[in-house]
Design a protein around this ligand. Structure first.
Ligand SMILES: Cc1cc2nc3c(=O)[nH]c(=O)nc-3n(C[C@H](O)[C@H](O)[C@H](O)COP(=O)(O)OP(=O)(O)OC[C@H]3O[C@@H](n4cnc5c(N)ncnc54)[C@H](O)[C@@H]3O)c2cc1C
Length: 454
């Protein structure tokens, strides 16, 4: 009899696991209460980048003023933008559902919960169905963290999920949280023409990133008039008649038309009945997971994606889902590689775009590790001049003795695409010479990778 694999949650972790397990011969049931594709498609990666693409189109129209065009200008049509986002999300949900069904995955629309270690119930619109499982994957994702000092009203005081787009563009948006999500929302709304204040609890935006990278972004924010309130922690938000007042721990106060919270997320574990399955939570509230295979303390129950408490990225969730499917289905290939979170490429979709992978320069410095750092400015590329966007740089870190590529960061146009080359090099322990010796397209920004590797 085929192995019965039940997956709760149809985001990147859940749907990748379902696809792979079905391909490997599993009898797969996927329970999803909302949209197949998950929060990634509905609330996070896709709508945020679609909004940023509209802001990017507006910046592009400004940048091409010198291209010999008569007139190029843009004005935001909020209804059009909303319709575009809905269209993209529903197309993606449709395509993902079709793919899963074509692989033989059974999709149940409802909420999943454990009633025993090998029994899961799906509460659907038509009633409840109990399913026996040999293996179960918890892939229920996360939701925005809301502190007890903020009361979200979804009108003036928003989470990221209220912003795609809001009914009217904020006159003055106060963004709380200066990590990756916070800076993307600052970028998104300021490029749509809104006045924005960012509350930065430390002295640098993106506190976990390379200082040089953060400085490039801060410079862009200041150029477009973003107000950076540094060294201030928000401790309260008051609703005013026609706006909001954000209070900070050092006594400073910002009055704006809207406030948006981007201060992290919490795992979706509360209604899962984990106690019935014997799954324990760790001290941070994530299901305990042990070893490379992301099993919980109950051997046949796995956890993947944001709810695993590892790196909260869609790409990581999808890869975890795939690896778990292989392990659950008993596939052990000779070339099996464990997931190495230190090798995950990530990007920040601001202007300039930012992407990095592998060893951070600051970490090498703190460890006292000898590294070779080579860097070229975007302005060294003819293509950057042709595109009229010479902001930023490409930086590659390598081992000075072996030439093995250890990491890199890119600031500038198409950084999220270009980082792929360095990511492949880092994952496969390629050497700088492997990049230098590659015959690349001219004129293209990718030539900068070979220059930076020199
Ligand atoms: C604003 C924002 C932008 C982001 N942008 C990016 C980006 O550009 N690139 C990137 O890599 N990452 C990005 N992320 C992170 C990314 O969205 C997450 O890491 C990713 O969605 C995690 O995937 P997942 O499968 O764990 O969960 P999710 O995508 O959250 O999916 C979980 C699914 O489980 C369902 N579910 C929950 N409980 C139950 C239940 N009991 N029964 C049935 N179904 C249930 C939910 O409805 C949901 O559909 C962003 C995050 C945010 C907040």
């Amino acid at each position: 009899m085929a192995l019965r694999f039940v997956i709760i949650g149809g985001g990147p972790a859940g749907h990748q696991a379902a696809t792979y397990a079905a391909r490997l011969g599993g009898q797969v049931t996927l329970i999803e209460r909302d949209v197949v594709g998950g929060a990634a498609h509905l609330w996070d990666c896709v709508p945020s980048k679609a909004m940023i693409a509209t802001g990017g189109a507006m910046s592009f129209l400004q940048r091409v003023q010198g291209f010999g065009l008569v007139r190029a200008q843009g004005q935001v049509d909020l209804d059009g933008l909303r319709a575009r986002i809905t269209n993209i999300t529903s197309r993606l949900a449709g395509a993902t559902t079709e793919l899963l069904e074509s692989q033989g995955v059974r999709i149940l629309r409802g909420t999943g919960r454990f009633v025993g270690p090998n029994r899961v119930v799906a509460d659907t619109a038509d009633g409840s169905e109990e399913i026996e499982a040999d293996r179960v994957l918890i892939a229920t994702g996360s939701r925005p963290r809301i502190p007890d000092w903020a009361e979200i009203d979804h009108h003036r005081i928003l989470t990221t999920r209220d912003a795609y787009p809001p009914p009217e563009l904020p006159e003055h948006l106060v963004v709380i949280g200066s990590g990756v999500t916070g800076v993307e929302f600052v970028h998104m709304f300021s490029s749509l023409g809104c006045r924005v204040t960012l509350i930065v609890s430390r002295q640098q935006v993106l506190p976990k990133k390379d200082a040089e990278v953060a400085a490039a972004l801060e410079e862009n924010f200041l150029q477009r008039g973003v107000n950076l309130l540094k060294g201030a922690k928000a401790i309260g938000i008051d609703r005013l008649d026609d706006g909001v007042r954000v209070r900070c721990d050092d006594g400073r106060v910002v009055v704006g038309s809207h406030a948006l919270l981007a201060i992290g997320s919490i795992p979706n574990v509360d209604q899962l009945g984990l106690g019935h399955a014997g799954v324990e939570l760790d001290e941070r509230g994530f299901p305990v997971n042990v070893g490379h295979h992301l099993e919980t303390n109950v051997k046949h129950i796995y956890v993947a994606g944001d709810v695993s408490g590892k790196l909260p990225l869609s790409s990581v969730a999808a890869m975890q889902g795939r690896k778990i499917a292989e392990h659950a289905m008993g596939l052990h290939t000779l070339d099996h590689r464990h997931l190495d979170y230190d090798m995950a490429a990530s990007a920040i979709f601001t202007e300039p775009e930012i992407a990095d992978v592998g060893l951070p320069e600051v970490e090498a410095f703190n460890l006292g590790r000898k590294i070779r750092v080579t860097k070229v400015p975007m302005a060294a590329s003819p293509k950057a001049w042709i595109d009229n966007d010479t902001r930023g740089f490409v930086k590659i870190l390598s081992d000075p003795y072996t030439g093995v590529v250890l990491g890199g960061s890119i600031v500038g146009g198409h950084a999220a695409e270009l980082i792929a080359v360095i990511a492949v090099a880092v994952t496969n322990r390629l050497k700088v010479a492997d990049i230098i010796d590659s015959l690349l397209v001219h004129p293209s920004l990718s030539e900068l990778l070979a220059d930076a590797a020199e």
